[in-house]
Design a protein around this ligand. Structure first.
Ligand code: NDP
Length: 294
């Protein structure tokens, strides 16, 4: 069994990003990312901080808007519009989920699709569906695909089961894997909470991608011998033996599944580091496009 080292693959991606930033800076262009957070959710604050830190680390421009939970939808959209018009910003990300009085879809629709590095704007969803490479793709599925490519795991002709059908992970993951080209050309099945006999469906997978948000839901009987398992899940479960009182676990029962696998990602240290690596890469790609560098 091979452990797919997301941290190492993310570092490799960051090294390429750092070089790309240096090259752009030599031409007078500094890729810029703006992250907007509404409310004080500690996990979201941690994500925003790590994105800001990574931007600085790579030599990018970073703007952080941390707004009170009472911020109105109109005020949030006004900030998005300012960022749309700011030539120093090439990527805009509004941290999800916003407070319940804000319609997330309306906010995403307000982002200039050319700066929508999260790939949630309808135009970018359409481009992914059409196979148009000019769009942006959600960073987590893009990171999963990169993990497979970098690990030399062939997707062409493989039976891949994607467990979960969210707009953030499952659906774009399936579209990426069925697209033509490297990291694609797979025969994809998408499973969800209404799927009949889930373990049997998952056992058809040469590659199983779990993104459901249920701690250790995927057990040994979901996985055929020699399969590759990508665990997208990040779940907090109580663990009072630890000072922080919880531990992070994936959607896969790692201890019993790993021995059956050809390769598997750990949690943490698998998909997580790739999400931020792809966000940085997409922001750099956006800066290149704005400068008409392709
Ligand atoms: P959502 O809650 O939006 O979607 C979950 C999906 O899983 C739904 O399609 C749902 O089915 C399906 N599902 C839920 N329970 C079951 C079940 N018992 N059996 C079968 N299918 C089920 O979650 P996300 O896609 O946003 O996130 C999934 C996981 O990935 C979470 O743990 C999240 O924290 C993690 N994540 C990790 C990221 C990273 O950077 N590594 C980034 C984003 C997410 P249905 O549609 O029928 O309700």
């Amino acid at each position: 069994m091979t452990l797919i080292d997301g941290k190492a693959i993310a570092q490799k991606t960051h090294a390429a990003s750092r070089a790309a930033v240096a090259e752009l800076k030599a031409r007078g262009i500094t890729p810029g990312l703006a992250v907007v957070l509404v409310g004080a959710d500690p996990a979201s604050q941690a994500y925003v901080r790590s994105k800001d830190k990574m931007c600085h680390d790579l030599g990018m421009h970073s703007v952080k808007h941390e707004l009170p939970a009472t911020t109105s939808q109109a005020d949030l959209i006004a900030i998005v519009r300012l960022l749309n018009a700011d030539p120093a910003i090439h990527g805009i990300l509004v941290q999800s989920p916003p407070p319940s009085h804000i319609d997330e879809r309306a906010v995403i629709d307000a982002i200039d699709p050319r700066k929508d590095v999260d790939g949630f704007h309808p135009l970018n969803v359409a481009k992914l569906t059409l196979g148009d490479p000019d769009g942006f793709v959600p960073c987590t599925p893009l990171g999963c695909q990169r993990l497979l490519i970098e690990s030399g795991i062939e997707t062409a002709g493989a039976n891949i089961v994607v467990l979960g059908r969210s707009m953030i992970v499952g659906k774009p993951m399936a579209l990426l894997l069925m697209a033509k080209g490297p990291g694609g050309d797979a025969t994809v099945t998408v499973a969800h909470s209404r799927t009949r006999d889930l373990p049997a469906v998952c056992r058809t997978a040469d590659i199983l991608i779990a993104a459901i948000g249920r701690p250790e839901f995927v057990r040994a009987d979901f996985v055929k011998d020699g399969a590759v398992v990508i665990d997208v899940g990040i779940n907090r479960v109580d663990d009072f033996s630890l000072p922080k009182g919880y531990r992070l676990t994936g959607d896969v029962a790692f201890a019993e599944v790993a021995p059956k696998c050809r390769a598997i990602t750990p949690v943490p240290g698998g998909v997580g580091p790739m999400t931020i690596a792809m966000l940085m890469a997409s922001t750099i790609a956006s800066a290149r496009r704005f400068a008409a560098l392709g």
